[in-house]
Design a protein. Structure first.
Ligand SMILES: Cc1ncc(COP(=O)(O)O)c(C=O)c1O
Length: 390
């Protein structure tokens, strides 16, 4: 009954866990929920006000499919000011969330049999979206002891004559690893020289704690092969609004807009207005949230230090920790990271996502975009649970 292509993908693992956690919450169970990858902050007031004003002013009709010129101008100007990129509005499409920007980019670039290089650990959706398009995922393993670093040399070793694109995501979901400007530049230059597209997922680009915020858009002489996939979801605590974009070569953007014209059409009109307020207004809300995330990260890591056997790299961005639970596998009938996640949920009432969803076997992912109380309660429950395994 169903198509071959729908059979090639799975339900997003994070969404599956969220659904189970919601069921338990509805039964009145008190969960320490580190599952969902979204800010716990409210959307800043000036952004909400802009959407309300747009609705009041009846800005509620269809717009240009790729987004109104003003929102695309706000996107390219923000990106130029922050990263020195030089996109025009014809090189920008506004989408219903960052995920759709990624989905459409892959649909217009990747054909059956094309190879797409994907560093491990990876965000769940990359693999499925590539497979949906008929592409072949070529994984590049990274080393935890090297903080999951990915270098041009590692990428180069996997390039074949079928390689169409490389996906990079820095800061990374799930590991929080951040690429250095040098590594990023080397990969962008390698791809450009070889005629391969770099799809740069910048969903967490402003949640970088190193003080050196980097974007692939800075290398303007390589822009012919660079696609920036952006999202307002995490930067401005706007996950439910569905606001994302792609910056890239005009022909690719035109193809993505064509695809969008036959599917979602424009993103919601008033969300476009709210996005202009987000991008052109004061960016203080972004630095305030970033400062809070750093404190929350340090709190989780301090908590983890009190759990014998648990190790964790220090994430330098996003809002995830990716601890290694390898020392506990094989104890009390717990064999896999998925077993750990399932038992943490059913026995300790802690929501985490198992590493298998991100391509590694010995980790669990926790989102620390939660209150300090939830962190304290959750870490305590994890300590008791893991300490009880024999
Ligand atoms: C790495 C990464 N890219 C893209 C997205 C998509 O974000 P959105 O569709 O909410 O803009 C997410 C969301 O979790 C993400 O983690």
């Amino acid at each position: 009954m169903l198509t071959d292509r729908i059979g090639r993908i799975e339900v997003s693992a994070t969404m599956a866990i969220t659904a189970e956690a919601l069921k338990m919450k509805a039964q009145g169970i008190d969960l320490a929920d580190f599952g969902a990858g979204e800010p716990h902050f409210a959307t800043p007031q000036h952004i909400k006000d802009a959407a309300i004003a747009a609705i009041q002013n009846n800005f509620t009709r269809y717009t240009a499919v790729a987004g109104i010129p003003e929102v695309r101008k706000a996107i390219v100007e923000r990106h130029a000011a922050d990263f020195g990129s030089n996109y025009t509005i014809e090189e920008c499409v506004f989408t219903t969330g960052g995920k759709l920007a990624l989905f459409n980019a892959i649909q217009v670039l990747v054909d059956h049999g094309d190879e797409v290089i994907l560093p491990v650990p990876y965000w769940v959706s990359f693999k499925d979206i590539i497979q949906y398009a008929g592409g072949k995922v070529v994984y590049v393993e990274s080393e935890e002891r090297e903080n999951f670093r990915i270098t041009a040399k590692m990428i180069e070793a996997t390039i074949t004559d079928r390689t169409k694109a490389i996906i990079l995501n820095t800061p990374s979901n799930p590991s929080g690893a951040v690429m250095s400007l040098k590594d990023l530049e080397a990969i962008v230059r390698l791809a450009h020289a070889r005629g391969i597209y770099v799809l740069l997922d910048e969903c967490y680009v402003y949640l970088n704690f190193t003080g050196e915020i980097v974007s692939g858009g800075s290398f303007t002489d390589c822009k012919e092969h660079v696609l920036i996939l952006g999202s307002l979801s995490k930067t401005y605590a706007m996950t439910g609004w569905r606001a994302g974009f792609c910056l890239g070569p005009k022909a690719v953007i035109a193809a993505m807009s064509k695809l969008q014209s036959q599917s979602t059409s424009n993103a919601a009109s008033f969300v476009q207005k709210a996005s202009i307020a987000a991008l052109t207004g004061s960016q203080e809300c972004v630095s305030e949230m970033r400062a809070d995330y750093i404190k929350l990260r340090d709190r989780v890591l301090a908590g983890f230090k009190t759990i014998p056997g648990l190790t964790c790299t220090v994430p330098e961005g996003a809002f995830y920790v990716y601890p290694n639970i390898g020392a506990f596998l094989g104890k009390s009938g717990v064999r896999t990271a998925s077993d750990v996640a399932a038992k943490l949920l059913s026995e300790a009432h802690v929501v985490v996502v198992p590493g298998e969803a991100f391509g590694t076997d010995e980790h669990i992912r926790l989102s620390y975009a939660v209150s300090a109380d939830v962190i304290d309660k959750g870490v305590e429950r994890i300590r008791e649970f893991l300490g009880g395994l024999r």
